[in-house]
Ligand binder design. Sequence first.
Ligand SMILES: C[S@@+](CC[C@H](N)C(=O)[O-])C[C@H]1O[C@@H](n2cnc3c(N)ncnc32)[C@H](O)[C@@H]1O
Length: 212
Amino acid sequence: MTTYNDELSQYITAQFAAEDEVLQQVREAIPLRGLPAINIKPEEGHFLQFLARANGAIKALEIGTLGGYSGIWIARGLVAGGRLITLEMEPAHAAVAREHFDAAGVSGQVEVMEGDAHELLPMLSGEAPFDFVFIDAEKSGYGAYFDWALENTRVGGIIAAHNAFQSGHIVGESSDESADLMRVFNQRVAEEPRVLSTIYPGGDGMVIAVKR
Ligand SMILES: C[S@@+](CC[C@H](N)C(=O)[O-])C[C@H]1O[C@@H](n2cnc3c(N)ncnc32)[C@H](O)[C@@H]1O
């Protein structure tokens, strides 16, 4: 039996999800600029771009910008005239991300909002409905972020949430706190009747939900 593994992940990346020079530079710059290297992988970024494009997304929201790596992938998936709002609580991360959006030529489409997403999201309800929401911030907030996304995404819109696997700790007996939080989150999404959902198994796993 074939099992999804790093070698197959690398195969997908090489065949379908190769970075261009800008994305590679941005990914490599993140730790060099003193930010944690906790961005998504190229394979996951390409998948987000694919989802945004397949969905015809015009209005997208990201929770957790870091250095803008995932934001560039998403922005490039939006249809012409599309816009991404990305939320980041660390001003230093937001500053690096703005530079990277500039370098990628997407700063006209991307707005970085600084602050705690829990405080920013209620203000963004006025911009709803969104076509696409990507959640990639602190795990304890995922439930609240998903609830907000469910209310503020159009029917047919997509909600994606990163780290569904928690480096594999999601299965087995691990007592890792983040894994416990993700188990609860994954179950909550799986049981939510207002969405059709699954986990994309690339990278660290991505919960994906389409609003019914
Ligand atoms: C995993 S990183 C995001 C990675 C990014 N999506 C990528 O793949 O390139 C998580 C980011 O969320 C930010 N963050 C954490 N909690 C937050 C909150 N409550 N509101 C806004 N941003 C938050 C962190 O500062 C960090 O930059």
